[in-house]
Design a protein around this ligand. Structure first.
Ligand code: PLP
Ligand code: SF4
Length: 396
């Protein structure tokens, strides 16, 4: 079966050339109650959200993304992502401004360094849609469209000084809100650093403004290979014809694309939705990567699923979704503990030398477990051991 990717709902009054221009989309962002009330019949709860939520977190959407949400139905999944709610103002169970303790792992301006071999470089504060569940509300939505040059230099020096680093993840904000010329410069500067092997770009632009993905952009990124692009689709309805074209353009230019999703109450907390999303992404040659538990940032309690519910979804996907399309469930340990993988338990019994499992469709069997073996190093282990020790001993 092949999938169809329907076009977005462009209003007739807007010329196609405008609609397909990413700068037009950003210039015509919806920001105020007035803007949104032209495209949506707002509920009382949403109006309350506008009255206060900008203190919690800015409000913004591209015309493109808001055209995918329902005008009349307030419980529409995409509408829940982009539209503020009065519930954001209720103090949350764990309401944290900085759920990931990123301020603590912030050794240089714009740098979040939590693992020895990889770090985040927050190159902008701006996003083209402010997702109501955003984990980085204290950084995102600030006023820096691009890092100040003094901060940029300090961040770059930090990356140069940490020779144990292997990977730099551009994040923000959304790095693809920057122009091709600025991105080109950032990628060149990173590529000139000897120990940086891999560059990742974390972006939601392919979802909320897919017209950002142009041949020029893809060619520019390809120049700096290997660059991985991490995108963030949460729902199959976000996969429009425009989004599919953007993703195919990236992959056709040899840029590997991965998807990270967040499980959200009333948006995608059903295995059928995750399955549909993952199969369509795989069809477009995008590898589903992470499925995140929603972080307890300010004003997200009504959007969060319980860990048991998330595990249940992951469990139901096993056996019913190709391993190629399977995202791994993960929770960010609050206060900067890093990620923790959450794995559904298939093991039902454990005794010395014997482990018993029940498979996805109920087959029970025992695995006879050998004694723990001595670790025999293959003859050329020297090389790999050196790499391993280097990374193992690298300091943050
Ligand atoms: C998630 C994250 C990474 C990347 O982790 P991977 O498991 O390699 O995708 C790196 N640094 C920080 C601070 C992160 O939050
Ligand atoms: S695109 Fe990412 S950083 Fe920006 S608001 Fe959405 S979740 Fe937050």
């Amino acid at each position: 079966m092949k999938f169809t990717f329907p076009p977005s709902a462009k209003p007739d009054t807007i010329a196609i050339n405008d609609w397909m221009s990413w700068t037009w989309q950003l210039r015509h962002s919806l920001k105020s109650l007035e803007d949104f009330s032209q495209s949506f019949e707002l509920t009382e709860d949403e109006v309350r959200g506008f009255a206060g939520a900008d203190q919690v977190f800015q409000i913004r959407s591209t015309p493109y993304y808001s055209s995918l949400a329902s005008r009349t139905n307030a419980v529409d999944p995409l509408r829940r992502i982009l539209m503020p709610s009065g519930r954001e103002l209720t103090p949350g169970a764990q309401a944290m401004l900085d759920p990931l303790g990123e301020k603590r792992n912030n050794p240089a301006p714009r740098i979040i360094h939590r693992y020895p071999d990889r770090l985040l470089f927050l190159v902008t504060d701006t996003c083209s849609v402010y997702c109501r569940y955003c984990t980085r509300k204290h950084f995102t939505g600030g006023d820096q469209a691009f890092v100040r040059s003094a901060e940029y230099d300090q961040a770059l020096s930090y990356i140069k000084s940490k020779t144990g680093l292997r990977e730099v993840i551009l994040s923000g904000g959304d790095p693809l809100t920057l122009s091709d010329a600025i991105l080109d410069r950032v990628l060149s500067d990173l590529r000139s650093i000897e120990h940086v092997e891999i560059i990742r770009i974390g972006t939601r632009m392919p979802v909320v403004c897919p017209m950002r993905i142009t041949e020029d952009l893809a060619r520019m990124i390809r120049k700096h290979k290997p660059v991985y692009l991490m995108t963030h689709f949460n729902h199959p309805r976000e996969l429009t014809r425009e989004a599919a074209a953007g993703l195919e353009c990236l992959v056709d230019h040899g840029i590997p694309v991965f998807n990270q999703l967040v499980l959200l109450n009333g948006v995608n907390n059903h295995p059928a939705i995750i399955q549909a999303l993952s199969r369509r992404l795989l069809f477009l040659r995008v590898k589903p990567y992470y499925m995140f538990q929603c972080d307890p940032s300010e004003g997200t309690d009504h959007l969060r699923t319980s860990i048991d519910e998330s595990l249940e979804i992951q469990r139901e996907l096993w056996g019913r979704l190709s391993g190629l399309a399977m995202p791994s469930l993960s929770v960010d340990i609050p206060d900067g503990g890093g990620k923790a993988g959450l794995v559904p338990n298939f093991e039902v019994e454990k005794s010395p030398g014997r482990r018993a499992f029940v498979g996805w469709d109920g087959v029970r069997a025992e695995y006879i477990d050998p004694a723990k073996s001595e670790r025999l190093l293959p003859f050329d282990a020297e090389t790999y051991s050196r790499e391993w020790d280097e990374l193992k001993n690298a300091k943050l």
